[in-house]
Design a protein around this ligand. Structure first.
Ligand code: UGY
Length: 245
């Protein structure tokens, strides 16, 4: 039961922990039979927006602003993706990444929930924008995290300079930790997919669990340990661009 006047959420100058007890829902422009919980946005200083889209039967996402790319990851339900005459079904753990300008439709005939990440695309020289990507995390190669081979790392997007962000899944066995407190220029948007653990942000230790969302600004000190069970998260980071731009 929620304790009145209390939330696990924390808003700090260089990080946000957004927990379900504080979620507020409102549709974004163009949504039909759907609503959004906006966890991360430029209002926090982020260079991207991350929200949970909750679709009812007949639900639909709005279109993207010009110049934006979009990444979606389905947590539950089935989402129908239409690209021209091609139709695909995104089931749980399916994901898709749309380069700017790729017209698409995402709708659902049943209740569905997904993480959506949207960002103004930053071109790199003459390199053309990245291709459309579709996949399912259950089928993505599992590699050991460099420095801690008990942590499973799955990179959902190709390692290519056309991409200006990466989205990875990191899965921890019980009691395993990131090998050191990381401090880096990249910012993160994270959603806990399973289990629970403790996230260090700055010098603050937070108990976190499935459903929690974290924003980490550039240089936010960060470290994680899983608790007794397996835990894991989906994590966005900006990559492949010079910090000056
Ligand atoms: N907080 C994190 O898990 N960070 C990752 N190791 C990362 O920087 O990709």
């Amino acid at each position: 039961m929620q304790r009145l006047g209390f939330t696990r959420s924390k808003i700090r100058s260089n990080y946000t922990l957004h927990t379900p007890d504080a979620f507020v829902r409102a549709p974004l422009p163009g949504m039909q039979n759907a609503t959004a919980i906006v966890h991360i946005s430029p209002h926090l200083g982020a260079k991207f927006t991350q929200y949970t889209a909750e679709l009812q039967a007949g639900g639909r996402l709005g279109t993207l602003p010009a110049g934006f790319s979009r990444f979606v990851y389905v947590h539950g339900g089935e989402v129908k993706l239409t690209l021209g005459t091609d139709q695909r079904t995104l089931k749980s753990a399916s994901y898709a990444c749309f380069p700017p300008g790729l017209s698409h439709d995402l709708h659902s005939d049943e209740p569905a929930r997904m993480t959506v990440i949207e960002k103004p695309y930053m071109p790199l020289g003459e390199i053309p924008p990245p291709p459309f990507v579709i996949g399912n995390a259950a089928e993505v190669l599992v590699k050991p995290l460099p420095g801690e081979d008990r942590i499973d790392l799955q990179t959902l997007l190709p390692d290519h300079p056309a991409f200006d962000f990466a989205v990875n899944v990191m899965t921890y066995p019980p009691g395993v930790t990131l090998p050191f407190v990381e401090i880096h220029v990249m910012e993160h948007g994270l959603v806990m997919l399973q289990g629970e653990g403790v996230y260090l942000l700055n010098e603050d230790h937070h108990a976190v669990k499935a459903g929690d969302v974290i924003y980490m600004a550039p240089y936010c000190p960060q470290w994680f340990t899983s608790s007794n069970g397996v835990s894991g998260y989906l994590i966005y980071k900006d990559v492949n661009r010079h910090p000056h731009v």
